[in-house]
Design a protein around this ligand. Structure first.
Ligand code: GLU
Length: 481
């Protein structure tokens, strides 16, 4: 029987969802959904020092916003809960006991002072820090005595002392480790809380996870995890270690390079569709030229075979472009709804639908709307050098001449509409025997006070209205006189 695919996203609740993690959740989601499987959200909160209040709510909220809803997990529940590790401590206790009974793990009573000295010595001797197996062979009597004395202990995994271990990564193939390099690491801390290495294996097994998708920083843990599965006599899931995402400058993607929390992108007006689309391309390549996908399309198209192992670069320009493409894919009505909150600053009685019409075709990030359209509200003070455009052969002298004519053209338009404005201004171009740019460039500048605007002269004039447009041309003319 083919097993139902089950993947899990297992974040630690340390604050926010890192933009780089969108890729991990997304792959979890896609690998499960592609085959009608389940995607599970598990909270790995065993390192309580790092825990941040509200982080879980934050996380589920953001997953919701991204459209990556788990089938099971924290806040949703399911057959295999609890889904928060600190609510599973009794389960880990039971399983650690099995390992102790089978002599696959052992009590270690070494004091932190002893371990510190050991590490210091190893550093001085330029050796990799590792446990020296001091307690590995304590006799059963000795252990009992120490336990009876209430001595503090941790529990360590008893690793094979020599040989090689070969593990299989779905993207990288076989990876070989020399067992000597793996130390008897801690499975259970002195407070009875398990380490990631232990808890994640127990949980993945009990939650019937078929594919573990995690960052490549976990590759060094991989052989330890596989050995644990062996110790328990369990079949291990498939492992996919996804490559790092690097900043454009190289190196880890961190706060130094700007926004790292998904929330920041949300606030700036990135669409969830765009973050998903962008993230998938950081570790997977489409079969042809097509680069813009919705989540549903990805569920259809995705395949593990086209995932890669090369580190990906977080290219912010590309993210902007993808966001713009997804904006373009929205209907005008959908876009208008998304854009409305960004029109708050507009006090004039302007036709917001018309503004949406021009922005829909041009804007890349919603958060940039206020600054893009501020000139509608108030003409900014601008420099008359803007009227000069070499390629279009626009000059200040010519602009003044154009304005004098255009003011009366504007006055005489009977019905103020984009079409009529266009017809009349193109008529003016003919009458003055000029090129389009020589007339339309300065008019657009005079209407907006800006070099770059969403929309051209006709569209802007139409939105501003007859009186305001005429006024602005007059101001342009005055500036040039
Ligand atoms: N809690 C681990 C982390 O946040 C999860 C790694 C894994 O997916 O196994 O990095």
């Amino acid at each position: 029987m083919i097993k139902k695919i089950r993947t899990r996203f297992a974040p630690s609740p340390t604050g926010f969802l890192h933009i780089g993690s969108v890729r991990t959740v997304l792959f979890d989601y896609l690998i499960a959904k592609k085959d009608g499987g389940d995607f599970i959200l598990r909270i790995e909160d065993t390192d309580q020092k790092r825990e941040v209040k509200g982080a879980v709510e934050n996380l589920t909220g953001i997953l919701d916003w991204l459209g990556l809803k788990p089938n099971e997990g924290v806040g949703i529940n399911g057959e295999y809960g609890p889904y928060t590790q600190t609510n599973r401590l009794d389960i880990y206790q039971k399983h650690i006991k099995t390992l102790l009974d089978d002599n696959k793990a052992y009590y270690c009573f070494c004091s932190s002072e002893r371990l510190r000295k050991l590490r210091e010595e190893q550093t001085v001797n330029k050796k990799a820090p590792r446990y020296d197996n001091h307690c590995r062979d304590l006799s059963a009597e000795k252990v009992k005595e120490k336990l009876d004395n209430n001595e503090q202990y941790v529990i360590r995994q008893k690793m094979p002392l020599e040989g090689k271990i070969i593990v299989q990564d779905e993207l990288r193939g076989e990876i070989e480790f020399n067992v000597k390099e793996l130390d008897d690491h801690v499975l259970m801390k002195s407070d009875g809380v398990p380490t990631y290495q232990f808890a994640s294996v127990v949980d993945d097994y009990l939650m019937k996870i078929t594919h573990v998708i995690r960052g490549s920083e976990w590759i060094p843990s991989f052989p330890k995890n596989i050995l644990l599965y062996k110790d328990f006599g369990w079949e291990a899931p498939k492992f996919i270690h996804i490559p790092l995402t690097l900043s454009e400058e190289g190196g880890k993607l961190s706060k130094r390079h700007g926004d790292v929390a998904v929330e920041n992108y949300k606030e700036k007006g990135y669409l969830p569709e765009a973050l998903i689309n962008f993230s998938v391309l950081l570790g997977w390549h489409p079969k042809d030229e097509k680069e813009i996908f919705t989540l549903d399309e990805l569920v259809q198209e995705f395949s593990v075979e086209r995932m890669g192992v090369a580190a990906a670069i977080f290219d912010k320009q590309k993210l902007r472009w993808i966001n713009g493409e997804h904006i373009r894919r929205k209907s005008l009505e959908e876009f208008h709804k998304l854009a409305l909150p960004y029109y708050k600053q507009i006090e004039k009685d302007l036709d917001l639908n018309e503004i949406s019409k021009i922005l829909h075709q041009r804007v890349e990030v919603l958060g940039e709307i206020p600054e893009t359209i501020d000139f509608f509200n108030k003409l900014p003070d601008y420099d008359t050098d803007l009227f000069i455009h070499e390629k279009m052969k626009a000059t200040k002298e010519l602009s003044l001449k154009v304005f004098k004519e255009a003011i009366s053209v504007f006055e005489n338009i009977k019905e103020w509409s984009e079409e009529n404005i266009k017809e009349e201004l193109l008529g003016l171009v003919k009458k003055l025997d000029l090129k389009n740019g020589q007339v339309l460039w300065p008019i657009r500048i005079a209407l907006s006070g800006k070099k770059f605007t969403p929309g051209g002269a006709f569209e802007i004039a139409n939105i501003l209205g007859q009186e305001e447009s005429r006024q602005r041309l007059k101001i342009g003319a005055e500036k040039l006189t």
